[in-house]
Ligand binder design. Structure first.
Ligand code: AMP
Ligand code: MG
Length: 424
């Protein structure tokens, strides 16, 4: 039965839905169905907009360039004065510098000395480069081989007044900030930042500053999650470590969902741990628990807790980063208003290591992309690939993505790599 209040639950009616063997692409597609972007916007001074998502098209109020102007240092001439078969001498009537136009119109037999960016004087229609003239005292001699309209930038050629200069949904990078400024626009309308609350779960975890007892470990996931969220431009709410205790977890989920658009946890979703978390989350909202056909990162929980989107990531430190980049990143960008969401850059290179891989799941091995002396790129795997080995992420600069059907990989085979620099 379809229950409009519980849309995720209706998934179980779909023929190809198997929560115990979710293909990566299917999980992404399901998540994407439930995302609606923030709608609140704010006006910011253009420089403060760096890294933010544009919430309204920027329409050019003017022609860029504003006037026909010269692309070269040279002479503005009337093309009809030039002789197709020989030389012609033209009187230099004056100068047109960038910012200081020639006053008046060009008469037949005249030219104007013009510099790059100078406004093309009335009557002139062609620019002859200074290297192509013989300059005398008050006149220049011009030969053959010129085309009408050459070396001239037309008014409105880059952008016409009224044209959309920047589209809603893009991230404002330095180029866009400069472009807005070039139009004389001082403020931009951007979406408010996404608020993301996160906490780690696990009785074994201690935070920096506490001496771990035997069997305890330092919490690292909160630090990688903090870093990844910050790089994506989110406002972050770090809620610390929460013990595996239903009451404490319920309180933490309640607080997180009340304060944020998105709640992210790590740990507590693997077999054995998931049962009481499952009961708790189904009480607080609607959450599905998946075993994704991938390595690392098999267990993943997704849904809504209160009004917030929820991602329950696995506990292992590498699994956290991989699932964040394969599922959470795109979702956060959609929620933040990015449209379209640019895919992570992925391309094929030869793999210099032989890789062990069982068919039936997508693998995200950690790789090092490098260039040889001839400039050709290839990838090798970082050493051990265990999902608890965070060092493998630190040594890597890319994921080597091995698709579901793939078996072992022989050295020299082309593989897909996804570069991490700037994304992880
Ligand atoms: P779990 O999914 O909670 O069973 O955790 C799987 C593994 O990840 C266990 O070895 C945990 O100790 C480890 N782990 C869980 N959370 C963290 C964390 N925040 N930082 C480092 N390791 C963690
Ligand atoms: Mg745990």
């Amino acid at each position: 039965m379809n229950d409009p209040a519980r849309p995720l639950r209706d998934l179980s009616c779909a023929d190809d839905y198997d929560p115990n063997s979710m293909p990566v692409a299917k999980a992404r597609e399901v998540i994407a169905r439930f995302l609606s972007p923030v709608t609140v916007t704010e006006r910011l001074a253009v420089r403060a907009g760096l890294g933010r998502v544009l919430a309204e098209n920027v329409v050019s109020p003017l022609n860029v360039p504003a006037h026909d102007n010269s692309a070269m240092d040279g002479y503005a001439v009337r093309f009809s004065d030039l002789k197709p078969g020989g030389e012609v001498a033209l009187k230099v009537a004056g100068t047109a510098f960038a910012g200081a136009p020639y006053q008046g119109a060009l008469k037949p037999g005249e030219c104007v000395r013009i510099m790059t960016g100078g406004v093309v004087p009335q009557g002139a229609d062609t620019i002859v480069m200074q290297e192509h003239v013989k300059a005398g005292k008050d006149q220049v001699t011009i030969g053959t081989g010129h085309k009408k309209g050459q070396n001239l930038r037309r008014a409105g050629e880059d952008l016409a007044a009224g044209q959309v200069a920047l589209k809603r949904g893009i991230e404002l990078r330095p180029a866009e900030i400069g472009l807005v400024a070039s139009l004389g626009i001082g403020e931009v309308t951007v979406y408010r930042k996404l608020r993301v609350a996160f906490f780690s779960t696990g009785d074994e975890l201690v935070s920096i500053g506490t001496q771990p007892r035997e069997g305890q470990i330092f919490d690292s996931n909160r630090y990688t999650i903090h870093g990844m969220l910050t790089r994506l431009g989110c406002d972050v709410i770090d809620m610390g470590v929460v013990r595996d205790d239903p009451e404490l977890l319920e309180r933490a989920f309640g607080q997180a969902a009340g304060a944020a658009d998105v709640v992210i946890t790590s740990g507590g979703v693997s077999v054995g741990e998931a049962d009481f978390v499952k009961d708790l989350l189904n009480k607080l909202g609607e959450v599905v628990f998946w075993k994704i056909a991938m390595k690392p990162g098999r267990p993943l929980a997704y849904g809504k807790v209160g009004g917030a989107h929820f991602f329950g990531l696995p506990g292992n430190p590498v699994s956290v980063m991989v699932t964040f980049y394969q599922f959470v990143r795109d979702a956060l960008l959609v929620l933040a208003g990015r449209d379209p969401v640019p895919p992570l850059p992925t391309f094929k290179v030869p793999c210099m290591s032989s890789l062990k891989k069982a068919p039936g799941r997508t693998e995200f091995q950690r790789g090092v992309l490098s260039q040889d002396a001839s400039g050709a790129w290839s990838v090798r795997v970082t050493g051990e690939q265990g999902s608890g080995i965070l060092r493998s992420m630190s040594e890597a600069n890319c994921f080597i993505i091995l698709p579901t059907g793939q078996g072992n990989v022989d050295a020299g085979t082309l593989v897909d790599v996804q570069v991490m620099d700037g994304i992880v």
